[in-house]
Structures are given as C-alpha cells and as structure tokens.
Design a protein around this ligand. Structure first.
Ligand SMILES: [Zn+2]
Length: 192
C-alpha cells in the first residue's frame, strides 16, 4: 500500500470505503531521509509507526479533492549540530494534505500550502511520508543539555572501542579509576 502508485480516483475509492493504513515504515525505505541519519546508529531495524486516513474532501465545498490525513510517530537518529554525535529526535507528525491532479488545480483549494500533486501516474504514500519527515526536521538540532553532548560522544567512543578490541580482554576499563576520583569524601582544605 505505501509503495503503490495512487491517483485521485483510487484515493476517492479508499475514502468511500473508509480505508485506513495502520502500518510501519522503515527508515531504510526512505533513502533521502536515511542519508541524513547518523551513520553510527544502525538503522536497519528502525521503523516509524504510520496511520493514514483517506477523506473524500469537504462536502458541498468549492473543492472536491481527496484528503490524506496522517500521523507518523517514531524516533530519528540525526546529528547533533554541537557535538555531531547521534541525537534521537522524537518524530510525532500529524499532517493533512489535499491531493490535486495538477498544479493548475492549486487555485481551487483553500489551503494551497497543504496541497500535493498526484500527477497523471499517481503518487506513492511512502514519498509523501518521507517529504513530511524531511520537512519536520529542525535546521540545527542539538542535545538539550551540553552534558548530553559529552555523553553522546563518550558512549560512541566506548562502543567503537569494544567493537574493535578483543572481547575477552579484562583491561578495557577506561573509567575504572573514575569512581574513586568522584567519591565526595576528600575533606582536605575545604574550610574557607
Ligand atoms: Zn550533542
């Protein structure tokens, strides 16, 4: 369904049957989006929840174009623009798009900015979802707290280290001494 080429007649038909899509879409199925994701996070099993309803368009209104109403939910591992580490961005997007046959129909819809063109060969819902996700991404996403940047890089460093070293080594504990350093029991010279 998500990869079918759907035109306006099919959308009207889906609406008349109150069809709905309750599915999921993998980020790897959306190449333009996948390109923007952090390469250190394995995207193979990442998917977003998809819900789509098909509506017949406002009754009795000037326009009679089908409408796609959708909700996308999941998490995208994008780049933090401060530390360039992976940042899990919560995607929770609701959209409502009027589907028109050609650009010439634009002046017939009430909200032209929420219109998409199906064209003579129809469109793929997958592309619509990908466009919505791309449009929702922030321009300069960052970890909310700068300490999260440090841990994002730190976690990444440790993971790489484990992957590239022999797993049965018992010397690979770079923070072993850290607990002792952080103990708040050194009371010397703290009275001013
Ligand atoms: Zn960061």
């Amino acid at each position: 369904m998500l990869t079918d080429h759907i035109g306006i007649p099919q959308l009207r038909d889906l609406a008349s049957r109150s069809e709905q899509v309750n599915n999921s879409i993998r980020v790897t199925d959306m190449p333009r989006l996948a390109e923007l994701l952090h390469p250190d996070i394995e995207p193979a099993d990442k998917a977003l929840e998809v819900k789509i309803k098909f509506l017949g368009g406002p009754q009795g209104a000037l326009q009679d174009f089908p409408v796609i109403q959708g909700h996308l939910k999941g998490s995208l591992d994008i780049h933090c623009q401060r530390c360039l580490g992976p940042l899990a961005w919560p995607a929770d997007i609701k959209f409502r798009l009027t589907v028109i046959g050609s650009i010439g129909d634009l002046d017939k819809v009430a909200e032209p900015f929420d219109a998409i063109v199906a064209g003579e060969h129809g469109m793929q819902l997958k592309d619509v979802l990908e466009d919505e996700l791309l449009g929702s991404l922030p321009l300069a996403p960052m970890h909310a707290d700068i300490t999260n940047c440090a841990s994002a890089i730190g976690v990444e460093f440790i993971e790489n280290d484990i992957e590239s070293s022999v797993p049965d080594s018992d010397t690979n504990r770079p923070f072993e001494g850290l607990a002792g350093l952080l103990k708040p029991d050194h009371s010397s010279g703290n009275n001013d």
